[in-house]
Design a protein around this ligand. Structure first.
Ligand code: SRM
Ligand code: SF4
Length: 570
């Protein structure tokens, strides 16, 4: 019997046996809750109803407070300095100059004069006050942008390899990523009613036929990679498609399932996992495949324990062979044999590059994706003259894409005027990612974005002292174990444990193909630098030609290779 793609059946278990979040979703009237009432409450800067705070995530909005001010405000008996983060839905990270100018205008007016490029190729506004939420979302709507399903238990922003020179199939694959993104977003009209003020239309059937009333058990992430670039870190996706081309064009995709980074310290039942390769689908079957994979996770994912509700745990609990067979049954087609492919890097290459169609692209390094006032000014000037698109990279950088050769001098002139004409950053810094963390992230245990630049400067000195200044090494920092910078696949990974304290990991693969392993737990900067000095020194003396740092740490016996796709901290 073929299972239905639509969620026509009720949950097999009574709701009262499921987690509180499941009951909250079920009672939300397809993500409406009482958000509209809460927005009108002017007594507090927060949403008065806790369930609405959770529901707003499905609308791409997070309630936060300024953690730098928490203690002081508590002392003054004031409520926390509430503000909101808004995440835009931007499949494949593509935006037009007109959209850029709108984003810039909204960030200056309502978002603390800053924008953040995220590790999943989109923009985040921070510092938005409750009464400014509707103006921002309506402003985005004017620029044909929205924030639907940028967060929440649904399919998040769909990623796509950004480097347009990587493959002649880039346009086809980017269009596919957009199609999948449009296909998998929730269909409820709640967003339109709450944020655009549209009237509720009576619906004859379920408002969200695929998701049903309780949506996914947890967030679900999809990405498209174009070898040889693995910039999207396809093995960190719940569902990854690896594009395979042939002599006649794009043939289809290898499919990987069950990637994920999040773990909880001291909870060994949670772990990062690399996605497993399960087969090949022709390009014509991508939507059906995405539907089937999501339907299997929707129906079998853990809805009692949110800590184990991600797809990676469903796969490990049910068994990969069983999951694959179930996907094939829902898809009504078997997977083909995986095709061969090679990844060489998961980073970006700053500077100009050319594509076969005669266009040029300028990749600009943006440290940790933070667009401050200075960078906003520069990109506003670029957006005023640029006739192509902007691309946001999964490494938090920006590409001025599709520049005609005759327009290049004007782009160079603007970059020069803003001090962005030359790329002077070290290879280490260019291959670094840090998550947002403090002061906005409510889950941060330690600094990340604000601390990483100074730590890198110290590691740069170590590399220089060992004659390795030009060595590209991937380094990623997260302010907590959730791993928003995908630290568990970096050659050097750091995750926050407490203020100034981090777990240190070594041994990840240079192009995101291998998990790393913890080598120091809960240590400060001095211990981190001492170990890195020792290991980098050995790397300089003992490395084989072209041997990557992560590979070296394994060959030299500094860390044991993680071979099972999971992470172990022993
Ligand atoms: Fe993330 C939660 C920021 C990519 C794993 N993430 C959060 C929240 C919303 C904190 C919260 O729940 O209150 C952070 C908001 C901070 C702030 O102030 O902005 C946050 N995550 C980010 C971003 C902005 C980091 C960045 O510096 O760019 C990234 C936004 C991506 C986007 O545009 O959609 C971001 N988060 C990721 C990634 C990387 C990826 O998806 O490729 C991961 C690891 C992959 C994965 O999902 O396994 C990731 N974020 C998490 C988790 C752990 C999930 C888990 O399975 O355990 C959480 C916590 C949670 O969901 O409970 C989380
Ligand atoms: Fe916040 Fe942790 Fe994600 Fe960093 S890794 S943004 S601290 S949830």
């Amino acid at each position: 019997m073929t299972r239905s793609i639509d969620r026509s059946r009720d949950l097999s278990q009574p709701l009262d046996r499921l987690s509180a979040d499941e009951r909250m979703k079920d009672a939300s009237d397809y993500l409406r809750g009482t958000i509209d009432e809460g927005l009108l409450d002017r007594i507090t800067g927060a949403m008065p109803c806790a369930d609405d705070v959770k529901l707003m995530k499905f609308h791409g909005i997070y309630q936060q407070d300024d953690r730098d001010l928490r203690d002081e405000r508590r002392r003054q008996k004031l409520e926390p300095a509430y503000q909101f983060m808004i995440r835009v839905r931007l499949p494949g990270g593509v935006c037009t100059p007109a959209q850029w100018l709108k984003l810039d205008e909204l960030a200056r007016a309502h978002g603390g004069e800053t924008l953040r490029v995220t590790t999943r190729q989109t923009f985040q506004f921070h510092w938005v006050l409750k009464n400014r939420l509707q103006p921002v979302i309506q402003g985005l709507h004017d620029a044909l942008l929205d924030t639907i399903a940028a967060c929440g238990d649904d399919s998040r922003g769909v990623m796509c390899t950004v480097d347009p020179q990587a493959s002649r199939f880039h346009a086809e694959v980017a269009a596919m990523a957009k199609r999948v993104s449009d296909h998998v977003i929730p269909k409820t009209r709640a967003y339109h009613e709450i944020w655009y003020g549209e009237e509720r239309i009576a619906s004859s059937g379920p408002e969200d036929p695929f998701y049903g009333r309780t949506y996914m058990p947890r967030k679900f992430k999809i990405g498209f990679a174009l070898p040889p670039s693995n910039d999207i870190d396809v093995y960190a996706q719940d569902l990854g498609f690896i594009a395979i081309g042939g002599p006649d064009g794009l043939e289809g995709f290898n499919v990987v399932i069950g990637g994920g980074m999040g773990r909880t310290d001291q909870a060994p039942e949670t772990y990062p996992r690399l996605a497993s390769l399960i087969g090949f689908v022709p390009a014509s079957q991508v939507i059906a495949c995405a539907d089937a994979v999501m339907a299997v996770q929707r129906d079998y994912g853990d809805r009692k324990d949110r800590q184990r509700a991600r797809f990676k745990y469903t796969i490990d609990d049910k068994g990969q062979d069983w999951i694959k067979a179930e996907i094939e049954r829902v898809m009504d087609a078997p997977f083909g044999e995986p095709r061969s492919f090679i990844f060489t890097s998961n980073g970006d290459t700053p500077g100009w590059s050319a594509t076969p169609d005669g266009r040029q692209h300028r990749t600009i390094f943006v440290e940790n994706g933070r667009l401050d006032r200075k960078l906003l000014d520069a990109f506003r000037d670029l957006a005023r003259i640029h006739r192509g698109t902007f691309r946001l990279t999964p490494n938090q950088n920006l590409i001025v894409a599709g520049v005609k050769p005759e327009d290049r001098p004007a782009i160079d002139a603007v970059l020069g005027d803003h001090g962005l004409g030359t790329d002077t950053f070290s290879a280490l810094r260019r291959n670094a990612i840090a998550c947002v963390a403090l002061p906005t992230c409510g889950l941060a245990m330690a600094e990340s974005e604000r601390y990483m630049p100074s730590l890198i400067a110290r590691i740069e000195s170590i590399l220089a002292s060992h004659g390795l200044s030009a060595e590209p090494i991937t380094i990623r920092m997260s302010g907590c174990p959730n791993g928003c910078s995908r630290p568990y696949i970096a050659e050097i990974g750091l995750t926050g444990r407490a203020p100034g304290k981090y777990n240190l990991y070594l041994g990840g693969g240079f192009h995101g193909q291998r998990l790393n392993r913890m080598v120091r737990e809960n240590v400060g900067e001095a211990a981190i630098l001492e170990l890195l000095d020792d290991v980098i020194g050995r790397y300089s003396r003992e490395r084989k030609p072209d041997e990557r740092f992560g590979d070296f740490t394994i060959r030299a016996g500094i860390v044991r290779e993680v071979t099972e796709g999971r992470f172990f901290n022993d």
